[in-house]
Design a protein around this ligand. Structure first.
Ligand SMILES: *Cc1c(COP(=O)(O)O)cnc(C)c1O
Length: 360
């Protein structure tokens, strides 16, 4: 399993109070990483599992009852020189603060966010909970490389009336992660489910947005596809994004297109980074409406982007009985170049000329 729930022991918790944000670092039950590795599997799981329980937090609240919560996802990556670095955490901090404000919660300050994610990674690493750089990852462009997934999220105070959270918690947990998307099967299909509607919460990294994504992705998987692609709510004609990732299509004309941002599309940080990298390479990049018909007839390469997905090539896209196979089913040249460039910057084998990596 790529996404394990083996959370690292040190957790950040803040709570908004009448006098502002109160912060603390919790140390959940653990042994040394080596001792944990040597435990029988059932015991190891029990220990890891116990780190996911908090008996001093309210069960009935606006998050568990009504889905009023938001989260972030970012990564700390082992560097060639032995260190750890986080990819663009300032951008996640900004988005998190906007998400909280968008859900009518007190926005979590961006400087606290930066401090918290860095400190959680640092403190866990100090007691041995961290992956180490392996030279062999370079052979397959870091497709099998390990990293630390950082998951900040909000959690409401107790309450059962329908109302926004006034005094939320902000938690930051971390978990080791290896390659998330499998390399071989990357067929995608459109879904007729609607992920986000105009004037809704699609632009917020809201927990509730994942209800529809979960259903649609499950259905796509059952039908033999890796990913589902959502179309716009009004006309069911224009591409929006995947279940948890943004989408790009490289057209035969040489134009790289990704749907323009609006209130139904999540502004991905990987998306923004890929746009910048592609433009630096001299590629014509457009953020505009992209119809499914245009993709079916003009698509040459296709990929999805996200913190978990990185740049993941899409081999084919199915839509109502029609199917476009991109680049004969092989990973396209532009897709591969963008994927390798991003990975190279993230793992420190390429120079970080844009200042995207924050050293822990
Ligand atoms: C998080 C997310 C993405 C990807 O954003 P990144 O910042 O690149 O990780 C795309 N779509 C949805 C719906 C998301 O929740």
């Amino acid at each position: 399993m790529a996404f394990s729930l083996n959370t690292y022991p040190i957790v950040y918790r803040a709570r908004y109070t009448a006098t502002g944000w109160q912060e603390e670092y919790l140390e959940k039950p653990h042994k040394t990483p080596q001792e944990e590795e040597n435990l029988p599997e059932a015991e190891r799981e029990k220990l890891a599992n116990s780190r996911n329980y908090y008996d001093d937090m309210p069960l009935v609240n606006y998050t568990t009852q009504y889905g009023l919560g938001c989260f972030e996802g970012l990564k700390a990556l082992p560097q060639k020189d032995g260190g750890l670095a986080i990819f663009r955490p300032d951008q996640n901090g900004r988005r998190f603060s906007r998400s909280m404000a968008g859900l009518l919660m007190p926005a979590f300050p961006e400087d606290r966010f930066l401090q918290a994610v860095t400190e959680v990674v640092r403190r866990n690493a100090a007691i041995g909970f961290r992956p180490h750089y392996k030279k062999e990852w370079e052979k397959d462009s870091f497709m099998t490389a390990d990293s630390i997934y950082i998951r900040p999220f909000s959690y409401a105070e107790g309450g059962i009336g329908v109302a926004p959270s006034k005094f939320p918690y902000v938690m930051v947990i971390t978990t080791p992660v290896s390659a998330y998307f499998s390399a071989e099967r990357s067929r995608a299909t459109t879904t007729n489910r609607i992920r986000a509607t105009p004037n809704g919460t699609g632009w917020i990294k809201a927990a509730s947005n994942y209800v529809i994504s979960t259903l649609a992705k499950y259905e796509a998987n059952k039908a033999g596809f890796m990913e589902c692609i959502f179309l716009d709510a009004r006309e069911q004609k224009y591409l929006e994004e995947g279940s948890s990732c943004n989408i790009f299509v490289y057209l035969k004309s040489g134009e790289l297109v990704t749907p323009e941002l609006g209130d139904t599309i999540l502004p991905g940080i990987t998306r923004a980074s890929v746009i910048e990298l592609a433009r630096d390479m001299g590629v014509r990049v457009s953020e505009r409406k992209l119809s499914i018909e245009e993709v079916l007839s003009e698509g040459a390469e296709c990929f999805v982007t996200g913190t978990a997905a990185g740049v993941t090539p899409i081999e084919s896209l199915h839509h109502q009985g029609k199917e476009v196979i991109f680049n004969g089913g092989k990973v396209g040249e532009l897709t591969a170049t963008l994927r390798d460039t991003l990975k190279g910057i993230q793992y420190g084998t390429l120079p970080d000329t844009k200042g995207w990596m924050l050293r822990v």
